[in-house]
Design a protein around this ligand. Structure first.
Ligand code: F6P
Length: 324
């Protein structure tokens, strides 16, 4: 192993820069050359490379986003696209690739690695925390802190006006952000895609909390939740049943993807970035470097992609109890 390359792919997440930095520096530490590839797989196909040394990645550990930029590439889904990508790697004598991204990026990595027999190592980077085989993904902790901070602010105005707020959070098909930020921000109700409890139970619970003396309420809604998918309709359904409440909807959106990474995400990024180059030096391929019980682990792409991560349902019980 002499030369490696690193790219970021899919939705960006805070901590990606810190992970690139760790990859580049562990490569330098082991006397490997390292290229950065701009715009994910699209830049790989379009030959958008730059040689990176330890000083190329200074002053980025604290920055959100990814300085290598990211993209969701349609061309990489085609055999011709992947062939061009491989040719570009070979032209620079690049022996292996590190991909920082989510499950879609790993699916592409898995196909590419097998098709061309080139070692590829994944680093889980997504705010959704929806990748099987790792307790945490890069950016998740920062996103949670962003959401909790936003809901704290919403709480101030919700309680001043006795309003009910529906706060929509990201997570695609996963409820991790909703469930954990909901508990952390003291939400009355949390709606997640993993558990469809239906509108009746939600209304029932809101009635109960109103009767128990609550004058304002916060409901955290995961974007992928069955009844929360149409949040405007949900708001009007609640308003019809609970006319005593004025309902407001706040969609947090991409604010959750930005910002300076938390210390936890910076340390995680540093460990996973170092781990990815270590894995390549150990001859590994087709695996994601993850973290389980505070230890770095290697997880086959197949396990990371094809098995759905289980949600900690005990947290639902905790959420129910603490919102009484
Ligand atoms: O996967 C990360 C994520 O932020 C999801 O939570 C969300 O559903 C999606 O990406 C949004 O994608 P885009 O930035 O392409 O709109």
């Amino acid at each position: 192993l002499k030369t490696i390359a690193v790219l970021t792919s899919g939705g960006d997440s805070p901590g990606m820069n810190a992970a690139i930095r760790a990859v580049v520096r562990n490569a330098a530490y082991n006397n490997l050359d390292c290229f950065g590839i701009y715009r994910g797989y699209q830049g790989l196909i379009e030959n958008d490379f730059e040689k990176l040394g330890p000083r190329s990645v200074r002053n980025i550990i604290n920055r959100g986003g990814t300085f290598l930029k990211s993209a969701r590439s349609k061309d990489f889904r085609t055999k011709e696209g992947r062939q061009m990508a491989f040719d570009n790697l070979k032209a620079r004598n690049i022996d292996a690739l590190v991909v920082i991204g989510g499950d879609g990026s790993f699916t592409g990595a898995d196909i590419f690695s097998q098709e061309f027999d080139i070692p590829v190592i994944g680093i889980p980077g997504t705010i959704d925390n929806d990748i099987n085989g790792t307790d945490y993904t890069l950016g998740y902790d920062t996103a949670l802190n962003t959401v909790v901070d936003a809901i704290d602010k919403i709480r101030d105005t919700a309680s001043s006006h006795d309003r009910l707020f529906l706060v929509e959070v990201m997570g695609r098909d996963a409820g991790d952000i909703a469930l954990n930020s909901g508990i952390g921000a003291g939400a009355e109700e949390i709606l997640i895609p993993e558990e469809d409890l239906g509108i009746d139970r939600l209304l029932d619970s809101l009635h109960k909390s109103r009767k128990s003396g609550k004058t304002s309420s916060i409901v955290v809604v995961a974007e992928g939740d069955q009844i929360g998918k149409n949040i405007t309709k949900l708001a009007s359904d609640i308003e019809k049943d609970l006319p005593e409440y004025e309902i407001k909807v706040t969609v947090l959106g991409h604010i959750q993807r930005g910002g300076s990474p938390s210390c936890y995400d910076r340390v995680l990024a540093s460990r996973l970035g170092v781990g990815a180059v270590d894995a390549l030096l150990e001859g590994e391929s087709n695996i994601m470097v993850g973290i389980q019980n505070k230890k770095i682990v290697y997880v086959p792409f197949e396990t990371a992609i094809n098995i759905k991560k289980t949600l900690d349902f005990d947290l639902m019980r905790v959420a129910d109890i603490v919102s009484t």
